[in-house]
Write a protein that binds this ligand. Structure first.
Ligand code: R5P
Length: 306
């Protein structure tokens, strides 16, 4: 049995293969067969003593089952260590029972995962009330990486207008906008968000004059329904922003939403490769390669990683 390889869900194929080639290790697709009644058969590739399961968990329900079954097969065939690399990790937002009777999805999924793999690696996990990723995955190793270095290194070479103002749509985004603005030498502010429903939000900008005659750069972790981005863009247009661009970590929205974004005055949206998407711009391979180094023991095959 060889030492280490990546096995990936078909939906993560391109990103997993690129990472495997950077690491100089094999990558095998986990084959999924759907039976007529919608049950699934999962077939893994050749077993290695350490296996990195690459599975970004957007639109997660089927993917979670596939990961669970793949882990069963890999363990039974002799894998000693399973590392789940899930650049987007699902169900982190429901970290509390907000109304009587609601399940705490984050907790339920956490229990499932800690009984399945030995380590979880993810990016910009949506942690609000659970401040430490370790608390979401008790008893196993868990890394919550920041996409900011990858985003910043691309934006630095972008010749951004020094008059641009960075804006986070809500207080949780302060951590990203402050870092980005500081790195690029730009001004920033954080808006106030009121969410009325899954798709309906209101954004209030306390200091709209900041944007009059200036380009705006919206920065957020997730775009899902697009409600936040659209409300933010409308508030920025009303404030007199000249151009509105957005950078996000996880693009979860359907491509047809681009029409609504354009209508709301958004000039561009760029996302990381955490979730395969037409807006993917910021590659996360260096980030993953450096955090995976320790899985290689003494035989690190990728000394050239920047
Ligand atoms: C919320 O706290 C997040 O940071 C995002 O702003 C939110 O998930 C975006 O969701 P949507 O696109 O559905 O408004």
């Amino acid at each position: 049995m060889s030492d280490i390889a990546i096995q990936y869900l078909p939906s993560s194929a391109a990103d997993a293969k690129r990472l495997a080639s950077k690491l100089g290790i094999a990558a095998h697709e986990i084959a999924l067969h759907r039976f007529p009644d919608d049950e699934m058969r999962v077939t893994v590739g050749p077993t290695t003593s350490t296996t990195i399961i690459y599975a970004s968990l957007d639109r997660p329900n089927d993917k979670l089952i596939a990961v669970l079954f793949a882990a069963e097969a890999l363990r039974r065939q002799g894998s000693k260590r399973l590392v789940l690399l899930a650049p987007y990790f699902c169900y982190m937002r429901q970290d509390s029972a907000f109304h009587a009777g609601e399940a705490i999805s984050q907790r339920a999924i956490g229990k499932l995962i800690v009984n399945t793999v030995d380590r979880v690696i993810t990016v910009d996990a949506h942690l609000h009330r659970t401040h430490d990723i370790q608390a979401a995955f008790p008893g196993i190793e868990a890394d919550n990486l920041s996409a900011m270095p990858a985003i910043m290194s691309t934006l630095r070479s972008d010749n951004i207008d020094p008059a641009a103002v960075v804006i986070g749509p809500d207080s949780e985004a302060r951590q990203w906008v402050s870092r980005l603005a500081e790195c690029l030498g730009l001004t920033y502010t954080v808006a106030q968000k009121v969410r009325y429903s899954d798709r309906s939000v209101e954004i209030r900008i306390a200091n709209p004059s900041l944007f009059a005659g200036h380009p705006a750069l919206i920065t957020d972790d997730i775009v899902s329904s697009g409600g936040t981005l659209i409300a933010c863009a409308k508030a920025l247009s009303a404030a007199g922003a000249t151009v509105i661009d957005a950078v996000v970590t996880h693009a979860l929205f359907p491509p047809e939403l681009m029409v609504a974004f354009t209508k709301a005055g958004i000039h561009s949206i760029r996302s990381t490769h955490s979730v395969p998407h037409a807006t993917n711009t910021f590659v996360l391979d260096d980030l993953f390669a450096s955090v995976l180094r320790c899985e290689f023991g003494d035989t690190i095959p990728f000394g050239a990683i920047s």
